[in-house]
Design a protein around this ligand. Structure first.
Ligand code: FAD
Ligand code: NAD
Length: 400
């Protein structure tokens, strides 16, 4: 038999870190490695709230795969994965046929979860991808440019509603509330005509997070003009805006959807047992019942044994899983014992626009400029893992 073929699906945090680490763990002569992803670039999902609000150029969140992955060692195929056929050790691709594997690492990321709320895909912006972020930004700017040209301008055209006060919703409104004063000036529209809403079903914003830091974030955002509607589940989205469960409406021509995520639909299509598109993987990160299928990142589900609840899917976990997978591929190829994945949660830091952020690192709470510093260092650390100091210089963020 020839060398085994390893396929890595998806060039997100999970796939890119697997690709970056694999030949540090496996001898290059022992396997053929192929990375398959939709685009010829990698984008950083964790930065997307910035280009979406228009506070960062979208190109800063992406990099050419060929610039960070050594394509003389790892083959890259640009294509969309349609389905995995685990019984046939084969992946069906949209444009280039199929690819066979001996081992596969699936890191296809997440898609929006609507919880059955109607009208989301028709009337809201919900795609947290590079293309999705650019569309949100352009749409917001268009609403401003349109307003003074409209013979009968609608108030709702300058109302922006965010669905969900999780980390995505809060980070996005943080950026948007920084950007709005600039847009108001640029398009000669008084600030008092512009409205920003965040609507959250749970009894608090950022449910489960430190209450003091949540209060800090809410006060800051309210001072920038954001109106929160907490404890207020959304029941539908229409062309007019949000319909709330309590019967009220929030009129807004722009709705940005951020009520959570589910695993990539490829998982369901491929017949893996799943919960909302996520596979509850074994401790070694393999899909139950399959010896050669690893599933990591937002398509995987792992349980926090302390709380007996799933860990929220994060880039932090995806990157750590990638390192375990590279080790475990080496173990499989060389008949060694596989290791168990143990997440090491270092903390959570969320940006709030400008030089503001909140976070918990270990047991320490941080906010304001020191949290902002930490957040930018976390972003730079990822670039370091992927491409060393060169990538940090090229794409890194100024922490001050
Ligand atoms: P992704 O990084 O999303 O990558 C998936 C990749 O697969 C993409 O390149 C995509 O193009 C490709 N792909 C998708 N479908 C197909 C297909 N059918 N065929 C081929 N390729 C495909 N987490 C943190 O830990 N810290 C943070 O600060 C943080 N901030 C966030 C901010 C925002 C605005 C958002 C939306 C999320 C944030 N997260 C954060 C969560 C984090 O982004 C995800 O947990 C992480 O991206 C998961 O990594 P992944 O590799 O599974 O998926
Ligand atoms: P989330 O699940 O964390 O938050 C979604 C929010 O929407 C919840 O507060 C939920 O109560 C609310 N919601 C759900 N249905 C609703 C409805 N019908 N009406 C109103 N509100 C509703 O999802 P997210 O914010 O998209 O984050 C996805 C993942 O990415 C999470 O694991 C998160 O931890 C991670 N993330 C991390 C960071 C960070 O660390 N800085 C930033 C962004 C995202």
């Amino acid at each position: 038999a020839g060398k085994p073929n390893i396929l890595i699906l998806g060039a997100g945090y999970a796939g890119m870190v697997t690709a970056a680490k694999i030949f540090k763990k496996i001898d290059q002569n022992q396997a053929n490695v192929t990375l398959i992803s939709k685009h010829d670039y990698h984008y950083q999902t964790t930065w997307l709230h910035e280009p979406a609000a228009g506070t960062m150029h979208p190109d800063r969140t992406r990099m050419n795969i060929k610039d960070v992955i050594d394509t003389t060692k790892i083959k890259f195929i640009q294509d969309e994965v349609v389905e995995i056929k685990p019984a046939e050790n084969k992946v069906v691709l949209k444009n280039t046929g199929s690819a066979e594997y001996d081992y596969i690492v699936t890191g296809l990321g997440a898609v929006p979860e609507t919880f059955g709320v109607e009208g989301v895909f028709e009337h809201a912006y919900s795609k947290w991808t590079l293309n999705g972020a650019r569309q949100i930004k352009d749409h917001i700017e268009y609403m401003f440019s349109k307003y003074n040209n409209d013979p009968e301008p609608k108030e709702a055209d300058l109302s922006f509603a965010v669905a969900g006060a999780g980390f995505t919703g809060m980070e996005f409104i943080g950026e948007l509330s920084e950007r709005i004063p600039e847009l108001s000036k640029k398009y000669d529209i008084p600030m008092n005509k512009i409205k920003m809403y965040v609507v959250e079903a749970a009894p608090t914003a950022l449910p489960g997070f430190d209450p003091e830091l949540v209060e800090y974030a809410m006060n800051l955002l309210e001072n920038r003009g954001v109106e929160f509607k907490i404890n207020t589940p959304i029941s539908a989205v229409t062309a007019e805006g949000l319909v709330l469960k309590n019967g009220e409406e929030v009129k807004a021509s722009t709705v940005v959807w951020a009520t959570g995520v589910r695993g990539n639909p490829v998982i369901e299509k491929s017949g893996f047992e799943n919960m909302r598109g996520r596979v509850k993987v074994d401790k070694d990160l393999r899909a139950p019942g399959y010896e050669n299928v690893f599933i990591i990142g937002d398509c995987s589900l792992i349980i926090n044994e302390e709380t007996e609840r799933p860990y929220p899917p994060t880039a932090q976990i995806a990157m750590q899983q990638a390192v375990t997978v590279a080790n475990n591929l080496n173990a499989l190829i060389n008949n060694k014992a596989l290791e168990e994945f143990k997440p090491e949660i270092k903390g959570t830091v969320a940006s709030l626009g400008g030089k503001e952020a909140i976070g918990v690192i270990g047991k320490r709470k941080v906010f304001g400029t020191s949290a902002n510093f930490m957040k930018k260092m976390i972003d730079n650390r990822y670039l370091w893992i992927l491409g060393g100091p060169g990538l940090v210089l090229k794409k890194g963020k100024n922490p001050f």
